[in-house]
Design a protein around this ligand. Sequence first.
Ligand code: S3P
Length: 172
Amino acid sequence: MNEQHIFLVGPMGVGKTTVGKQLSGLLHRPFVDVDAEIESRCGADIQWIFDMEGEVGFRERESKVLAELVADKQPKVIATGGGIVLSDDNRGILQASGLVVYLSATFEQLVERTKRDKTRPLLQVDDREAVIKQLIETRSPLYHQVADLVFPSGSTQPLKLAKKLAEAVSAL
Ligand code: S3P
């Protein structure tokens, strides 16, 4: 197990970055956030990339970063963006390159956790709840498809969840 990357997948607002940072500390391995990596390579934030290149351009960057990250074999904790599972290729890479943990949450929890969000382009719409509902419907099966482990994250304190995850991963 120790030789594998650990990927955190799941919807926007579920806490992948926060839990991932805690988990990386507990497991003493580097943490990488795919969104942050895209932004630092591009020198612009995600909203700018969506504005200039559309979602298609963003997805290309996302796939490229994922492929490059897994090419480096040093085991890491990798937090992914909520839409990474949309691409067949990305799903194949995730499944082939490490342990995939799906952090899940209910519709109500996601609505609550994203209600003040101003940075995620897909959520800057009038009817945010409709978008969240639709994303859950289309993406939940894809998260399940790639996941080795599923952890409900919605109401659990991040450090507590990270500790549970570290235990589960270490027991494998
Ligand atoms: C997206 C999720 C975001 C980010 C981008 C698109 C999505 O990441 O990649 O805004 O399609 O769900 P987080 O899940 O980390 O918010």
